[in-house]
Design a protein around this ligand. Structure first.
Ligand code: BES
Ligand code: MG
Ligand code: ZN
Length: 473
């Protein structure tokens, strides 16, 4: 992909994309193309096409006061749905009142529109993915660095979409650990993988219990990033992502919803995509990320409801339900992170409970934290990029839900109420009262329906959110 700056269209032949704000003028004009506003006035989600001197002019209605996410979606839609009008040479006109974030939204939206969920179908390559593709930014201001950044954001999100959408017989724990190793080499972060035996030596008992019933060995992935030009006063953030590559429920086998449980590694995918992006952007921060990857399978070797297991922290857990497996792998992920790296801030991301979906539907993730500063900053980041979160309480009144009579804690209350909260209380038990920990339950937002596919699909929720949060820290 080549990016070029263009001052004017002299000699340019290709597709020209022209964002147009909603206007009450009688005509919308660009260069020598003009259209009556009765036909096209820039209203959001409208389109006007014209062919002139060998070039195709694509007028894109962006409405009034359109926010970042909507703008990005409009351009994603253009790239996805108007493929036949898109050339390998595209000029994007930047109207004079456009700010940098709007350029970022438009350009990253265009690249995101190249995503094709038909990973196993013979498909024509999107024109933007062809080797000769060139994007020309038509403006007298220099947007080259923001265009580059937009490309990096989209690239990380595209990777994340594929990780979640690909089926579980491909994206198994090993696939995720190899992905991490590959991106570590290509983008510049360290990766250490603990396989089953290494996890046994480390006593990652809660993590191993979940992976017991699977032919595919669990992989405990540890990543460390520091910018190439480091400095001693960098903030240190820890990330943990739930990497259950398929959740059958285990012996408490799921009776509903199993079909979609390849999405149960979307927390891991969000953390992996974030690692790629922060390394790609060389953000001035230290990040340690842990992604415990396992399959929750049904087998003679599977762990049992009523088992008592010893976690990495030494705390014992009574297993009430093998389908409450995410909190087990996260418990060890969090304990391992805190004991070995003790970062200043910790965020875990997980498709943890059906209860989070019941509470917020598909609109926002559930946010749990006792740290007001993190709460404000992550919500602000989410509002900006359009990956929203809303807080739920971590009051000690909910602690009794996970008290066990025979072990230090139990993994499920056994009650059909407040499931997202008791799961968060369970995680909190393994955070050693860390003062700056937040838990994001993304079960409702990681995977769902949208205009971009007929089947349920990944959203890459979390990649931009975490990156923005880290940038603003
Ligand atoms: N992976 C599921 C949660 C989930 C639900 C993710 C819907 C995505 C969409 C999790 O492991 C799970 O099974 N949770 C149970 C916990 C219960 C058994 C305590 C749930 O929420 O029903
Ligand atoms: Mg489960
Ligand atoms: Zn799960």
């Amino acid at each position: 992909m080549k990016t070029k700056q263009l001052k004017d269209l002299k000699g340019f032949i290709g597709t020209i994309v022209i964002p147009v704000c909603e206007t009450s003028d009688t005509f919308v004009s660009f260069e020598n193309v003009s259209v009556s506003s009765k036909i096209f006035n820039g209203k959001k989600d409208t389109l006007y096409l014209s062919e002139q001197n060998g070039s195709i002019y694509v007028f894109v209605g962006i409405g009034k006061d359109t926010d970042y996410k909507d703008l990005k979606t409009i351009f994603r839609r253009i790239a996805k749905n108007q493929k036949t009008f898109l050339d390998e040479k595209v000029a994007l006109f930047i109207p004079s009142e456009t700010d940098e974030m709007e350029v970022e939204a438009m350009v990253s939206g265009l690249f995101l529109g190249t995503y094709n969920i038909g990973h196993f179908k013979g498909n024509d390559l999107h024109p933007f993915l062809k080797t000769n593709f060139e994007i020309h930014i038509l403006s007298n201001r220099d947007f080259s660095s923001i265009v580059n950044r937009a490309f990096k954001i989209a690239r990380a999100q595209l990777e994340t979409l594929a990780l979640v959408d690909l089926p579980p017989n491909i994206v198994n724990p090993k696939y995720l650990s190899l992905w991490a190793q590959d991106k570590g080499v290509n983008f510049g972060f360290e990766v250490k993988i603990l396989g089953r035996e290494a996890c046994e030596i480390e006593c990652l008992g809660a993590f191993l219990a979940v992976g017991k019933g699977s032919e595919n060995d669990p992989q405990f992935v540890i990543m460390n990033y520091e910018p190439r030009v480091s400095s001693p006063d960098l903030k240190h953030i820890g990330l943990v992502g739930k990497g259950i590559t398929f959740d059958t429920g285990g012996l408490n086998i799921k009776t509903t919803g199993m079909l979609h449980m390849k999405c149960d590694m979307a927390g891991a995918a969000a953390v992996l995509g974030t690692m790629q992006l922060i390394a790609d952007l060389q953000l001035p921060i230290k990040v340690t990320a842990i992604v415990p990857c396992a399959e929750n399978s049904v087998d003679a070797k599977s762990f049992f409801p009523s088992d008592v297991i010893t976690s990495y922290s030494g705390k014992t857990i009574e297993i009430i339900d093998t389908d409450a497996e995410g909190r087990l792998v996260l418990a060890d992920g969090l304990s391992y992170l805190i004991k070995n790296y003790n970062p200043e801030y910790i965020i875990d991301v997980a498709t943890l409970t059906g209860s989070a979906v019941g509470t917020f539907g598909y609109e926002c993730a559930a946010l749990f934290t006792n740290n007001e500063d993190i709460s404000n900053k992550i919500q602000a980041a989410g509002n900006f990029v359009g990956e929203r979160l809303w807080p739920l309480p971590l009051w000690d009144a909910y602690k009794s839900d996970i008290e066990s009579e025979i072990a230090d804690v139990k993994n499920f209350s056994g009650k059909p109420v407040a499931g997202a909260i008791s799961a968060a209380k369970f995680l909190e038990f393994f955070t050693n009262e860390h003062p700056a920990w937040a838990h994001l339950d993304i079960a409702g937002v990681a995977f769902g329906d949208s205009e971009f596919a007929k089947t349920k699909h990944a959203t890459a929720y979390g990649v931009h959110l975490l990156t923005k949060f880290i940038e603003n820290l």
